[in-house]
Design a protein around this ligand. Structure first.
Ligand SMILES: [Zn+2]
Length: 375
């Protein structure tokens, strides 16, 4: 019954006024507490990235070198590396050695397990590198380091999987190396937000893609993270809650990639990548890049793609899937090799993604001071 227009005896009494005051104070206190102290698991929804100045961008990008990435990170990855192979083991060692030798102090952990496959039980190993494991929130960059298994070819060719996904993994290693000093400083200045790199094993189907013959590593890790409390000792939050945004890089390295939008909840981050692409273009930081926008197209919806993000997406993690649409023409052919990679595109994307990471983490490079002007 609606009684709003009627003033009762109770509403005129002094005790009613005290009760009304109590409720008013309680409602305001609740409102203020909620505005100032939202649960940490919700902070990702309100996260604001910083914007670097042009001189900060120049300083930040002065350490990334495509030749360095090619020789030190990409070449060691361009080997046959299907799960359980000698090449797979060598690539694991390369990733671990690279990250643990950096100054920022990455913690690298292994998620090892066995799984039934069409070829019997095989070993799998995901690698997880965390800049600051005690930080509650993490920006995740991910790739898969395994290569698709092809039975030995009698004409002697090997499947390199250059875009699939040697280049994305090399890009993550180059990012960690090039931004080492800035990430080291960010670690101490922002203890609540950090960067995590995930290198998945067993993304590829070993025989033919099905729900059980694919995504071996990501299915295992998503389940494991869901059952691992975070922060340590927490009873109602787990490692999946720690993921602000899960950025998956795949099939990168061919000329003229176009990244469209799959998920409305994260399209604003794709818009931000486009914004960074425009800024770097205007600064002449990008090569073979005729128009201010070539790669990132938040206004172009693309269909869902089965990839390592799926087990995370199904558990409520917010995903940004950086996979070109259409796929590179060499996809799953023996031409997906080093000769068909485009260095300019890879270096441009290195720069855009490095700035994206720094701005997301609100990390700023130190600008070298002009000593000539010093007193
Ligand atoms: Zn593939």
């Amino acid at each position: 019954m609606w009684t709003g227009a009627t003033t009762t005896m109770a509403e005129r009494s002094p005790s009613f006024n005290i009760v009304r005051l109590f409720y008013t104070v309680t409602i305001w206190a609740t409102f203020i507490l909620n505005c100032g102290g939202i649960p940490w698991t919700q902070e990702k929804l309100r996260h604001r990235a910083g914007t670097l100045t042009q001189s900060e961008i120049d300083a930040a990008l002065s350490h990334t070198k495509i030749e360095q990435m090619w020789q030190r990170d990409l070449r060691p990855l361009l080997v046959t590396r299907y799960p359980g192979s000698a090449g797979n083991q060598a690539v694991q060692e390369h990733i671990k050695t690279t990250l643990t030798s950096l100054g920022a102090g990455w913690e690298v952990t292994e998620d090892k397990f066995m799984s039934q496959t069409p070829y019997g039980y095989l070993p799998f190993t995901n690698l997880i590198a965390t800049l600051n494991p005690s930080a509650k929130r993490r920006l995740v960059l991910a790739c898969h380091y395994d290569s698709k298994y092809y039975p030995p070819q009698w004409h002697g060719r090997e499947f390199q999987g250059a875009t699939d996904s040697a280049v994305p993994c090399a890009m993550l290693l180059e990012l960690a190396r090039a931004l080492d000093e800035i990430l080291k400083a960010q670690k101490s200045s922002s203890p609540d937000l950090t960067l995590q790199l995930i290198f998945f094993d067993g993304e590829e189907a070993l025989f033919q893609w099905t729900s059980t013959d694919s995504l071996y590593g990501s299915r295992h890790l998503a389940q494991k993270m869901e059952s691992t409390p975070h922060p340590a000792g927490a009873t109602d939050t787990n490692q999946l809650h720690s993921i602000d945004l899960f950025v998956l890089l795949d099939l990168i390295g061919a000329q003229s990639p176009r990244f469209g939008s799959q998920f409305p909840s994260t399209v604003h981050w794709l818009t931000r990548l486009q914004n960074i692409e425009k800024r770097l273009h205007s600064m002449n930081q990008l090569v073979d890049h005729p128009n201010s926008v070539e790669y990132f197209w938040p206004d172009r919806p693309i269909g869902r793609v089965q990839d390592d993000h799926i087990p995370f997406l199904e558990r409520g993690v917010r995903v940004l899937h950086l996979i070109p649409s259409p796929f590179p023409s060499v996809w799953h052919t023996f031409d997906d090799n080093e000769q068909n990679l485009d260095r300019a595109t890879i270096q441009n994307l290195n720069k855009i993604i490095q700035i994206f990471v720094l701005e997301y983490l609100n990390a700023r490079p130190a600008i070298p001071s002009n000593t000539q002007n010093a007193p």
